[in-house]
Write a protein that binds this ligand. Structure first.
Ligand code: ZN
Ligand code: ZN
Length: 327
């Protein structure tokens, strides 16, 4: 098998040849058809997340087919299409796991961070955390649903039922969520980097009622805002845009520092919350919702060997939609 490997944070991924391993108990071997590139991969590669397992194969939006099955696996057959998300495994016994919040597990395993992920031709995953995917359809188009979609969905649920929703940062997650929210009849206000007319046009084409720069005031006060861009300064900006009782949801795993802000923009029961990881229940729910909402992902394909170019394009904000690696 071939894999793009991170040997040291802050350095480029390198292509390595490795033997294909056999799946252990409870595991499946997957032949990868596509793997999305998420901003979290960028944070891992850039050394912005603590203690990655090294060397590590990044990538946690994996779509492939079951190539081999370990002992004790139920629910998968060879050749079946399967998806692997960020949540690679949980302990099952900590207080969070026991009360249905496995996304906050004290001893989790994360795909592409603490266990090898999908920037490769093959990977091994814990079958209990993989999802069956429809046999038909383009693998590359499905890949972004596995994290941008799932984390976007968890963020969306956290944002509540309000009709006026702001999305800060119009990347892979927002481009999926915008379609779901618009389909539900919500008014989506998309915030991009100032002057990024391409991204603003893209947002409007996906159902946003308005699109503008993140320093602009939306045409109506927002019920809630979700921040996907890793920019701490957007927290006070979003607080200023939400109405009384409004909620600002931070959907990313890492953000630059949040600048200090006057208490009055938090007062009147505004809230700032964060979303961490996903539960398997989130995934089952969203993988059912996405096709019903008619979600169509826009992807930019890169050969596996060009993973560093894909990461650079994401870092530089040069992507519309989601980057996907094809082995
Ligand atoms: Zn746990
Ligand atoms: Zn991700």
């Amino acid at each position: 098998m071939r894999a793009m490997v991170l040997e040291q944070p802050g350095t480029a991924l390198v292509m390595r040849e490795r033997p294909v391993a056999a799946p252990g108990r409870g595991e499946i071997l997957i032949e990868i058809a596509a793997c999305g590139v998420c901003r979290t991969d960028l944070h891992v590669v850039d050394g912005e997340l603590p203690d990655p397992r090294l060397p590590i194969v990044p990538g946690h939006e994996i779509v492939g087919r079951v190539a081999a099955i370990g002992e004790g696996v139920a629910g998968f057959v060879p050749g079946a299409r399967v998806g692997v998300p960020w949540l690679g495994a949980t302990c099952g016994v900590c207080p969070y796991c026991r009360d249905g919040r496995e996304n906050l597990c004290d001893n989790p395993v994360f795909t592409g961070y603490t266990r090898d992920g999908g920037f490769a031709t093959h990977t091994i995953a814990d079958a209990r955390y993989c999802f069956p995917l429809p046999a038909a359809g383009d693998a590359a188009a499905l890949a972004p649903l596995l994290c941008a979609g799932l984390i976007g969905w968890r963020s969306f649920r956290m944002a509540g039922e309000g009709r006026a929703l702001g999305l800060y940062g119009f990347g892979a997650a927002a481009h999926i969520l915008c379609q779901v929210a618009a389909q539900q009849g919500r008014r989506v206000y998309a915030f991009t980097r100032g002057g990024d007319e391409a991204a603003q046009g893209f947002a409007r084409s996906l159902g946003a009622a308005w699109a503008g720069g993140s320093d602009e005031t939306p045409p109506e006060p927002l019920d809630a805002a979700i921040i996907f861009a890793p920019v701490g300064a957007l927290v006070p900006a979003a607080l200023r845009a939400v109405k009384k009782g409004g909620r600002v949801v931070c959907g990313g795993i890492h953000m630059s520092d949040i600048p200090s802000f006057p208490y009055r923009i938090l007062w009147e029961e505004r809230q700032v919350v964060s979303v961490a990881n996903l539960t398997r229940a989130d995934a089952h729910e969203f993988l059912d919702v996405a096709p019903k909402a008619g979600v169509k992902t826009q992807v930019v394909r890169y050969p596996l060997a060009d993973a560093n170019t894909a990461l650079d394009d994401l870092r530089g904000g040069r992507l519309q939609g989601a980057a996907v690696l094809i082995p």
